[in-house]
Design a protein around this ligand. Structure first.
Ligand code: NAP
Length: 654
């Protein structure tokens, strides 16, 4: 069972015999183990010797440490664990801040600039501080907190987090959820093979560590995690399930938000002092617009609305699209279907990850559960290796030649490495190499994570990749632009989501009465992805330009966003006014975001993806470092906001 806020002494006593210790150590992540040894022995010399991970080996969990050196560290750890087990199982005095800082640099494989200190110490969570809580909210008088009601839309990862943080602070709230359960994307996407593609130890709340069964767990595990969290958080009684918000209106007289909700009984309405949307960027399935789609007589569905009633055994299946969803379900469908024809418009870049489907070995579980501070440093090493490290390799380098398939030297090296993986997997099928090698820069679109299963699937005799465009559907299948006709029993659309239509299809009316969707006109913008001018006390999680491509986990972003939102709520409670970001602050921020995105691989003019809207602007992605977002969302600056008081005689809700 997931436990919350178990931030510190959460390891179990060690009773294992020497052989079991040795066996467990065989699975150790050596850099994390070395840091744990500093805690265990009090000897910082362990990280000051010649054995250390190096940043250039970031793809290697052992950071390039040689087998012989790994064996030496394991032997040292065995002695230390035996001494700990046979002694009082108590630890020497904790390493001081300077040593911890050294340990952070050690894990990163390079000395990090000083300003990374507070951010990484917070993420590490060793100082007993809840780095993503908002102290300003706790400083607000209890009565003011209790007299403020927050509405949250969505009970997925971000909505649950919002509820949890408000509950911690004694702020009443209601979560309105369209589904019958919590979990959001992990509740809705049930296609075969669905799994997380960020390392699970970082794709989890900072305050709810979990002993994951796999490095990248499958959808049922993720759904179970969020269900367990919802229960442990105690937010379930606050959730109104099976209710879909159609509109939200800000009442300038009362300074309240009023939701119009479609419920099983008909219509309902909810009122509150602030509104937080937690509806995700990838929630509304997008069907393509292809002639005659409704003429096809067989079953068809979108990957996010999987039809589990249709048995695909022996069927001829067409798959439209080759993004992250198709990538995960096609290998499963290919095991059942007589024939799978994949209609590929643009091939994805695939980032090799040998552990992608592997369970976490028993030894690793043991270390995570028993060795003091090992889990902390393991999570931290995962966090760092997927954080700022890759950003430089997806950014345009000044002076780099103008090419379609790379934006800089580092990006070109990444392209060469990924291309080599394609050749390694498909060397015997030059026809497939030709088809699946992308001609845009790596990270231009979402890179997919895999151990090679996708490429192996494409080689199966029952699987075919067609790059000929679909011209029209027919009652029995489809015709491509070359005129060829193909018959199918089933069509599966893996064509993605209406990502740029943030908070769509809800109509959200701010203080001027304008609908946010009209204001944006398909081009959503916000300050820090959170707040919009003239929409007082309206806050988004996973809003415009808060998606990350190669750095970090989206849970990290949600935690940062919530910390900032809670700071805004504190300001609102203290001042008894509503607030929305100033136009000038918002516009300046968006100019900087647009400029930075234009320098990234995903901003390259010829690349089309869900990161861009129909106008070609990158509306989804955060182009800066995680540190930048962490710093900017620590607390709101009051001078960035316009404040609004009730207009007219109406009283605030008692
Ligand atoms: P997607 O990445 O947007 O992929 C949609 C696919 O459909 C693309 O290959 C696209 O081709 C193709 N397509 C769209 N319209 C088409 C048309 N008219 N004809 C032919 N092909 C068409 O969607 P997704 O795979 O559902 O993934 C969306 C995002 O969800 C991912 O990027 C990821 O962030 C998230 N996701 C994550 C996971 C995970 O963590 N494991 C799993 C699934 C999804 P073009 O490339 O040419 O546009």
């Amino acid at each position: 069972m997931v436990k919350l806020a178990d931030r510190f002494d959460s390891w179990a006593p060690i009773t294992a015999d020497d052989a079991a210790l040795e066996k467990a150590l065989a699975s150790a992540n050596i850099p994390a183990l070395m840091c744990a040894l500093v805690h265990l022995t009090g000897d910082a010399g362990i990280i000051r010797g010649a054995i250390k991970p190096r940043s250039e080996f970031m793809g290697d969990p052992q950071g390039g440490i040689s087998e012989a050196d790994q064996a030496a560290v394991r032997a040292q750890a065995l002695d230390a664990l035996k001494a700990y087990r046979d002694g009082a199982q108590s630890l020497p005095p904790a390493p001081g801040l300077a040593v911890l800082r050294e340990m952070i640099d050690f894990i990163a494989g390079q000395p990090l600039p000083e300003h990374y200190g507070p951010f990484l110490m917070g993420e590490l969570g060793l100082d007993q501080e809840d780095a993503y809580a908002q102290p300003a909210l706790f400083a607000v008088e209890e009565g003011k907190r209790a007299n403020f009601h927050v509405l949250i839309i969505g009970a997925g990862m971000s909505g649950l987090l919002a509820g949890y943080r408000l509950k911690q602070a004694g702020v009443p709230f209601t979560i309105v959820e369209k589904n019958a359960s919590v979990g959001g994307t992990w509740f809705e996407n049930t296609y075969p093979g669905c799994r997380v593609d960020s390392p699970n130890h970082t794709y989890s709340y900072s305050f709810a560590p979990n002993d994951w069964p796999q490095h990248f767990s499958a959808q049922p595990v993720l759904l179970d995690y969020f269900r367990q969290c919802a229960e442990a958080m105690g937010v379930l009684p606050n959730i109104r399930f099976n209710r879909e918000v159609e509109a939200a209106r800000f009442d300038t007289e009362t300074q309240q938000w009023v939701l119009s909700v479609k419920s099983p009984e008909g219509a309902e309405s909810f009122a509150g002092d602030a509104l937080i949307t937690a509806t995700g960027q990838l929630n509304r399935p997008r069907m393509p617009e292809i002639e005659g789609m409704d003429r096809f007589q067989g079953p068809s569905w979108h990957s996010a609305k999987w039809n589990h009633d249709v048995d695909l055994t022996g069927k001829r299946v067409a798959v439209v699209g080759t993004g992250a969803s198709a990538f995960q379900f096609v290998p499963h469908v290919a095991k059942q279907a007589a024939k799978v024809t994949i209609f590929q418009r643009t091939p994805p870049w695939v980032s090799p990850q040998a552990h992608y489907f592997e369970p976490i070995e028993d030894g690793k579980h043991w270390l995570l559960q028993h060795v003091p501070f090992y889990a902390k440093w393991f999570r931290f090493s995962q966090f760092w290796s997927t954080s700022e490290g890759l950003l430089g390799s997806v950014r345009r380098e000044p002076g780099f030649e103008n090419r379609d398939d790379a934006v800089g030297q580092a990006n070109d090296e990444l392209r060469a490495m990924l291309t080599e993986f394609i050749h390694e997997m498909l060397g015997d099928r030059p026809d497939l190499v030709e088809k699946v090698t992308p001609h845009y820069p790596p990270a231009g679109k979402r890179m997919l994570v895999d151990n090679g299963t996708w490429y192996q699937t494409l080689k199966l005799p029952q699987v075919e990749v067609l790059t000929d465009r679909i011209a029209r559907f027919t009652p029995t299948g489809l015709q491509t632009e070359s005129g060829a006709a193909h018959d199918f029993d089933v069509v599966i659309y893996a064509t993605g989501f209406h990502a740029s239509k943030i908070v769509w299809p809800m109509a959200i009316y701010g203080r001027t009465g304008e609908n946010l969707q009209d204001l944006w006109d398909g081009d959503p913008r916000a300050y820090l992805g959170i707040t919009v001018p003239d929409f007082p006390n309206f806050f988004m999680t996973y809003g415009p330009n808060t998606n990350i491509v190669v750095n970090g986990s989206i849970v990290f972003f949600s935690e940062c966003e919530m910390r900032y939102i809670l700071g805004c709520l504190a300001l609102s409670m203290e001042r008894q006014q509503s607030l929305a970001v100033k136009h000038t602050v918002h516009d300046r921020f968006n100019e900087a975001v647009d400029e930075a995105n234009s320098q990234m691989a995903w901003g390259a003019p010829h690349v089309r993806s869900w990161y861009k809207n129909a106008k070609g602007r990158v509306t989804q992605n955060w182009p800066f470092t995680l540190l930048e977002y962490w710093n900017r969302t620590r607390a709101p600056a009051p001078e960035d906001f316009d404040f609004f008081s009730p207009e007219g005689p109406a009283q605030k809700r008692a």
